[in-house]
Design a protein around this ligand. Structure first.
Ligand SMILES: [Zn+2]
Length: 454
């Protein structure tokens, strides 16, 4: 509306100007190269206006011609890009759907249309993996590692492949590279730690734990627990090598970090007893008994208390049991000293206290021994032995991941490689432990009869 009015006004002004010009008298004479042109001023003005309009049109046409190729090329490029991204999207959907053939087709299209190697490389690798062509996938991942923007993704792909093949040496090297690149990534930090512990590289695992704590992948308590287990394992290794000083230092460190870690307490107390530091050793065993009573601690406690005679051992056992009087292991500690001391009444009292639901076979074997040695009652002894065969198996170090049961603790399960996975429990109870947060936490917080007589 406004435009139409403006046009009308401009038109009216032009008409008025033309009329005014036509009414003006005056003639123009042009002489050029022997030609002569006589005309009026109004015609001349009109002619100049027409020439100016034609010149403007010609200039615009020339400009259009000059920019046309660039505009056309840009439009063509935009179309290719759009189609390229479309192919890429379709390829990703095909990967997600598990359609290897379609994924490969779309990758080829995207590669032709897009000049974006980082994107097409990743899709190519995924498509190759999907088609089961690990070598092609590895080649794509390898070329991704050569570009800074895709290096990490390429390393991650190669690492996943190495883990699947079970090539831990290669996986460890790749995890290190990936971790150096992105120390904040939790996945890589976890993989690196697992690989280091399965390769028994305890010192590296310790450094990785420190880094994981710095980047908040672990809580302070979790890091402390890991450090305790690592120090304990390193101490035991040092002991086996014959490096007594190092073994003592590391056992002390492990015990200081986690007094409930039975293998650390056993190692430290044993070394202290050998050094003649009996009182110190006894204190350490008592502290660990308070947190996680364990039958292996009993004999060491007798040595720490210098209890050679049978009766002295009963007294020592009573002293240790007083730390956790309600615990089944405390009753068994006294019974195991009372039997050789021929204190039949004392032994019976504590064995009956230890028997009952969830009691391990060991309790019934000791009851059989009591009947046979103490009372000569072979029939009754046989009954207890029968009961022992029906009871829960004796506790052992049981891996919470794979259920592997072993008498000798170690930081890493020899069967499945789980770190800090061993809990002292009845082997048949392994299934119950699977969902447990931490084996030691479980041992410390569970009710005594649920601990599989630990
Ligand atoms: Zn295991």
């Amino acid at each position: 509306m406004l435009r139409a009015m403006r046009y009308a006004v401009v038109l009216a002004l032009l008409v008025a100007a033309a009329v005014w010009l036509a009414e003006q008298p005056g003639a123009v004479t042009l002489v050029w190269r022997g030609y002569r042109l006589d005309t009026s001023v109004s015609i001349l003005v009109f002619a100049v206006a027409v020439i100016a309009a034609i010149a403007a049109l010609v200039y615009r046409f020339w400009r259009f011609l000059r920019h046309a190729p660039a505009t056309v090329t840009q439009a063509w490029r935009d179309r290719r890009r759009r189609h390229g991204y479309e192919a890429l999207t379709r390829g990703m959907v095909a990967v997600a759907a598990g359609d290897a053939e379609e994924a490969r087709r779309q990758v080829r299209r995207a590669e032709g249309l897009l000049n974006e190697p980082p994107l097409t490389l990743l899709l190519s690798a995924q498509a190759a993996q999907l088609a089961g062509d690990d070598r092609a996938a590895a080649a794509f991942f390898e070329s991704m590692t050569k570009r800074p923007e895709t290096e990490f993704l390429g390393l991650r792909g190669l690492l996943t492949q190495a883990l699947r093949r079970g090539d831990t040496v290669e996986a460890l090297a790749l995890a290190r590279r990936a971790f150096r690149l992105r120390p904040k990534g939790e996945w890589v930090a976890t993989q690196l730690f697992d690989l280091e512990v399965s390769a028994h590289r305890w010192l590296d695992a310790r450094a990785t734990t420190e880094d994981a704590l710095t980047h908040d992948h672990l809580t302070k308590d979790q890091a402390r627990g890991r450090h305790a287990v690592l120090a304990c394992q390193m101490g035991r290794d040092a002991g086996r090598r014959g490096d007594r000083e190092e073994a003592l230092r590391l056992a002390r460190e492990a015990y200081g970090l986690d007094a409930g870690l039975v293998p650390a307490a056993l190692e430290l107390a044993r070394l202290l007893v050998e050094d003649g530091k009996h009182r110190k050793a006894a204190k350490i065993i008592e502290e660990t008994w308070r947190r996680s009573p364990h039958p292996d601690l009993v004999a060491l406690y007798w040595r720490a208390r210098e209890a050679e005679a049978a009766l002295a051992r009963v007294k020592a056992s009573e002293r240790l049991a007083a730390v956790r009087p309600e615990h089944r292991e405390s009753a068994l500690a006294i019974a195991s000293a009372a039997l050789p001391a021929q204190l039949w009444g004392e032994a019976r009292k504590h064995l009956e206290q230890a028997a009952g639901a969830d009691a391990p076979a060991r309790v019934y074997r000791m009851l059989a021994e009591l009947e046979e040695a103490g009372h000569g009652d072979l029939a009754r002894a046989r009954e207890w032995l029968m009961q022992a065969s029906l009871a829960d198996p004796d506790p052992a170090w049981v891996c919470r991941t794979c259920g592997n049961a072993t008498a000798d603790w170690s930081a890493v399960c020899g069967k499945c490689g789980t770190f800090d996975g061993f809990a002292w429990a009845a082997p048949s109870h392994a299934a119950r432990l699977e969902s447990a947060p931490s084996p030691r936490l479980l041992a410390e917080t569970a009710a005594p009869e649920k601990e599989g007589a630990s």
